[in-house]
Ligand binder design. Structure first.
Ligand code: FRU
Length: 508
């Protein structure tokens, strides 16, 4: 590990996300056990309650009633000397099939499945713990582990109820084999292995982690659904390091079969900093929402932030969309995020030359690190890249744009001064649409940039640690570009510490 570079309070103040969740202090990685229950959304996460590096891994906990304001609560599943609590999922046992709720109880048990990691033997096995107090505290099941194959690479259980077969299903990765093992159960404690998926897709010397499986509607038609299997892969992803692969196919309650007609590897996000995403279980509506850890194992331990290290993406709504290249995952910001978007744009330009638009944007002198920017431009006639200069300051900026020559959207963070390994890069994502207008939606929050392009058929997520005074916004373009729309909104800060105070007021 490299020595962290010296930073100032002003740096930390500038880098702290304000409308994405980051813990008040200390290390965080994957989201765990995302679940909606009794009017609350629960965000558990891999957490070190004692330090800024990975270790003592427990399930940290935050709760929200609206998916945007997160309240940090005490650790929900603490590590012990003999067992860390690695990633997993939660199922609401409405019919009390596991028998964890007392007879006659009106509130169902939330049943958490996680990988118990024994730091002595390094064995990873699947454990269960249940909560009878709305997800605040969890009691370990006396018969743990519920699954143990004596492996040191067997983890990240995803459990859900499969209505047609009237069984619970569990997916677990056998990481080095690049496999997902499927199990089924009727009572949550006895599990039978029923099938295997993988290796498949990118085989670049990687390991598989955090499997996820859900059915998504196609082209917003709720009667047309396909299953999507998600696998987070480490070391061998698109740009090296961690990334998220997906497979579209069918699932019958026992076996997942991927369609033949898809390219060998499909990536959910084409940036560097979106990993281990999982969906919210037990949603009050039909939506599939997920969020992921915005970091990358290649440099997660070197990120220059303190007193926290780790941030989650915003919740994104998932669906499938038919594109000229085939069926693809689409990610749109969860509708709840709109509540944080300032009602009056800070800047609007319509139907104008890029040249004129750039000049009036420069004149407006907009500054900010919590912004949502929407850019639409005509594809025809574009002879050179067009896009946004974000977090712009003396000699540095981050470019988010569209490159007509490569027909790709990109984030280029190499123009910001590098503050950790891997920052000097440009990340491209092939455009999938043939529409006349290219569309870029950029959500900026301190050190985090989420780009959803062309209605969400392309996603790019990257971290950038720009200087505190680098907070201007610009437009770059070639000679002949026409901007159909440029709209800049301020985003409202939401992050609360456990006592309800804004993080910045208390800690910076
Ligand atoms: C993914 C991961 C999981 C594991 C957890 C440990 O980022 O490596 O496979 O359960 O993190 O914190």
């Amino acid at each position: 590990m490299t020595t962290p570079m010296p930073t100032t309070d002003a740096d930390q103040h500038a880098w702290r996300p304000r409308y994405h969740f980051s813990p008040k202090r200390h290390w965080m990685n994957d989201p765990n056990g995302l679940v909606h229950f009794d009017g609350e959304y629960h965000l558990y996460y891999q957490y070190n309650p004692q330090g800024d590096d990975w270790g003592n891994i427990s399930w940290g906990h935050a709760v929200s009633t609206d998916l945007t304001h997160w309240q940090e609560l005490p650790v929900a599943i603490p590590a012990t000397d003999r067992l860390m609590a690695f990633s997993g999922s939660i199922v609401v046992d409405h019919a009390n099939r596991g028998g964890f709720a007392p007879a006659g109880a009106t509130v169902p048990a939330l049943v958490a499945f996680f990988t118990g990691f024994d730091p002595g033997t390094k064995i990873q096995s699947q454990h269960l713990a249940f909560s009878l107090d709305r997800g605040r505290t969890f009691t370990p099941y006396a018969g743990n582990p519920v699954l143990d194959i004596g492996s040191t690479e067997f983890r990240d259980p995803k459990v859900f109820w499969h209505e047609p077969t009237q069984r619970f299903v569990m997916l677990v990765v056998v990481a080095l084999e690049q496999q997902v093992w499927f199990y089924t159960s009727r009572n949550l404690v006895e599990w039978t292995r029923v099938s295997t998926f993988g290796p498949a897709g990118s085989a670049d010397g990687n390991i598989w982690e955090v499997p996820e499986l859900f059915a998504l509607s196609v082209d917003d038609d709720p009667t047309r659904k396909r299953w999507v299997l998600i696998v987070s892969v480490n070391h061998g992803s698109l740009w090296g390091g961690s990334g998220v692969q997906y497979f579209i196919g069918d699932f019958d309650g026992t076996r997942f079969v991927a369609d033949d007609a898809q390219p060998p590897t499909l990536w959910a996000d084409h940036g560097r900093d979106f990993y281990a995403p999982i969906m919210f279980a037990n949603m009050p509506d039909e939506r599939v929402l997920w969020l992921g850890w915005c970091s990358n194992w290649e440099y997660a331990r070197e990120l220059p932030t303190q007193p926290w290290r780790g941030q989650q993406s915003a919740p994104r709504e998932l669906s499938l969309v038919t594109t000229p290249r085939g069926l693809r995952l689409r990610q749109r910001m969860a509708a709840e995020m709109k509540a944080l978007v300032g009602p009056e744009p800070l800047f609007t330009a319509r139907e104008n030359s890029a040249h004129m638009t750039a000049a009036s944007l420069a004149q407006a002198g907009i500054q900010g690190r919590q912004l949502m920017v929407r850019l639409r431009a005509l594809r025809a006639g574009l002879d050179s890249p067009i896009g946004l200069e974000l977090l712009k300051g003396a000699g540095e900026s981050v470019k988010v744009g569209f490159d007509p020559e490569r027909n790709s959207f990109f984030i280029n963070r190499s123009c910001a001064a590098p503050r950790f390994k891997g920052q000097s890069e440009r990340h491209d994502a092939q455009r999938l649409s043939n529409a006349n207008e290219i569309e870029i939606e950029a959500w900026i929050d301190g050190s985090l940039i989420e780009v959803l392009a062309d209605g969400g058929s392309v996603a790019l997520t990257d971290l950038v640690y720009a200087r505190p005074d680098a907070s201007c916004l610009g437009l770059f373009h070639g000679a002949a570009a026409t901007v159909s729309l440029l709209e800049v909104h301020a985003m409202q800060a939401t992050l609360c510490s456990p006592d309800g105070l804004q993080v910045e007021a208390r800690h910076l």
